[in-house]
Design a binder for this molecule. Sequence first.
Ligand SMILES: [Zn+2]
Ligand SMILES: [Zn+2]
Length: 175
Amino acid sequence: MQLNVLQELRHNLGSVTTYDVTEPSVPIDGSKLNGVSGTLTLLRTDRGLLAMLKVTASESERCARCLVETDCSVEMEFEEEFIAVVDPNTGARVHLSKDEEEFRIGPDFVLDLREPIRQYGLMAEPLKPLCRPDCAGLCPSCGSNLNEGTCGCAPTVDERLSVLAGIDVTDEKGK
Ligand SMILES: [Zn+2]
Ligand SMILES: [Zn+2]
């Protein structure tokens, strides 16, 4: 997720270069994105390069219902301008504002995508990951994983729900 962009910085304003991006694993806080793949487009701006990244990846998350580790697919897309701290043609240091939120391209002309990927990766994490859409979750009494079969507990809530469901069906037919 780092690439030398000296050539791209020497292009004319508005020049666009597109790359295929693949990365087996990118760490983000306490987790990682696996199988990152997509495209990176670099647009030459007056201050550096506008990096437009669009990737898909998978991330290991705990299912919100049954807590089993599960691979979730994640889509991430961002546009961030990277400011060159050195003029690519003259090698002169560029005077920059002290805005620490800005992404920079250092004197080595390496564009480092790891930090924006970390930031946007955190935002792209699913709020309620599920191992499968119909995950049955855990038994509220004994904690058994109900995807693996029913436990010995007496059904409580479920029984009432099925009674209600029965009434609903009868009403529908009666209309
Ligand atoms: Zn689950
Ligand atoms: Zn149970």
